[in-house]
Design a protein around this ligand. Structure first.
Ligand code: SF4
Length: 365
């Protein structure tokens, strides 16, 4: 492998029209609860959104109301254009384990400005899909210390319920987390995004304790189903910037790829081969890289919500073609059948190891 990469190497095979950055999300409404404004970090967010000239409303009490439209479509539209800055409730201080991604999840926000037709949040967050950002983030971060174990690295995932880069220009929350974990010898931070605005992260003192991951998928899936996000090419270049050493203008982060949700679309081998080849082009230098493979799945609840949000979706959600899987609480989800899973898994493991023999596969699910 060459060891003297240039800062940027746009793929030779991809036309300019496929290289777009994610459009910066500028919500039409920004709501602050009184409690959020009492928090110094909430005031910092207030300064940021004021500087962007966004319409701000200070609520009279701490409840978010009036977010529903006349039908599901309008409710969705209003919610996806609303940022609410709130104080996370005391229950957020009790962290939940989040295997296999990390030891614990710690949420800096809930809700996301993007429009993925398979969205993982459907059915797991209640109410209209407003993006709620937590103004008491420093308190949430300090609380993670009680989950650390001396002499062992404890990992914290901040991307379970939002896209952390998609809202970073409005909040600065991800930078706050990276700086915090940069100072914790026994803890590591993990985040993942489909956005490419990584410039503000490159100079942060992460001390190798944040793994920066980009979510990738076959070009045709990303283009059809991941509205509002960066193009695959822009994500590949963002990953490259995050991974490149600082002397070459990069962030020097340990990085990762979350290949998700994997779908056996027609000609899937060709589509995913192209993606893996482009990834190898983008990461043509030695770096600390991992991969996570996540196949598409849905639940009865998520299917209902997604059909409300995206009534014209081409997303395949036919129970008849799937296998049923139950979690330990009896919850049902539909995954690909064992034979299909085996074929997919064999392909991805083989093709990954062929290109990235030193980059561990963290899990397949
Ligand atoms: S980026 Fe993630 S959270 Fe946001 S809409 Fe897409 S799937 Fe949902």
């Amino acid at each position: 492998m060459p060891t003297q990469p240039e800062l940027l190497t746009p793929s030779k095979t991809v036309s300019n029209s496929l290289q777009h950055s994610a459009r910066l999300w500028l919500p039409k409404r920004v709501l602050f609860t009184p409690d959020a404004l009492q928090e110094p970090f909430g005031q910092q967010i207030y300064e940021r959104v004021s500087a962007l000239d966004l319409p701000i409303e200070i609520l009279k009490n701490n409840r978010l109301t009036g977010l529903r439209g006349k039908d599901d479509r309008e409710t969705y539209r209003i919610a996806k254009n609303t940022l609410a800055v709130v104080k996370a409730p005391p229950s957020s201080l009790r962290l939940q384990p989040v295997p296999p991604s990390a030891d614990w999840q710690m949420n800096l926000a809930e809700g996301c400005p993007a429009h993925c037709q398979y969205c993982y949040l459907a059915g797991s967050l209640q109410g209209p899909p407003v993006t709620r950002v937590f103004a008491n983030l420093p308190q949430l971060l300090a609380n993670t210390a009680s989950y650390e174990q001396p002499g062992k690295i404890t990992t914290f995932e901040v991307s379970c319920y939002t896209d952390v880069i998609g809202i970073e220009h409005l909040t600065g929350s991800l930078a706050e987390c990276i700086r915090y974990f940069g100072s914790r010898p026994d803890a590591h931070l993990r985040f993942v995004s489909k956005y490419d605005q990584v410039e503000s992260l490159l100079d942060l003192p992460h001390n190798g304790r944040t793994r920066a991951r980009l979510s990738l998928n076959a070009e045709s899936i990303a283009r059809r189903m991941e509205g509002g996000t960066a193009s695959v090419e822009a994500r590949l270049q963002a990953l490259r910037k995050l991974a490149l050493p600082p002397p070459l203008g990069g962030g020097g982060y340990p990085v990762g790829v979350v290949l998700a949700p994997i779908m056996p679309i027609p000609n899937w081998r060709e589509h995913y081969t192209e993606l893996l080849d482009r990834l190898a082009d983008a990461l043509d230098f030695d770096c600390d890289l991992t991969v996570e493979f996540i196949t598409h799945r849905f639940t009865p609840g998520s299917k209902t919500v997604l059909q409300e949000w995206y009534p014209n979706t081409s997303l395949e959600m036919e129970e008849a073609g799937r296998a049923e899987k139950r979690n330990k609480f009896g919850g049902l989800k539909y995954v690909y059948r064992p034979d299909d899973m085996k074929e997919l898994r064999t392909f991805f493991y083989t093709e990954w190891r062929r290109r990235f023999p030193d980059a561990p596969i963290l899990y397949w699910t």
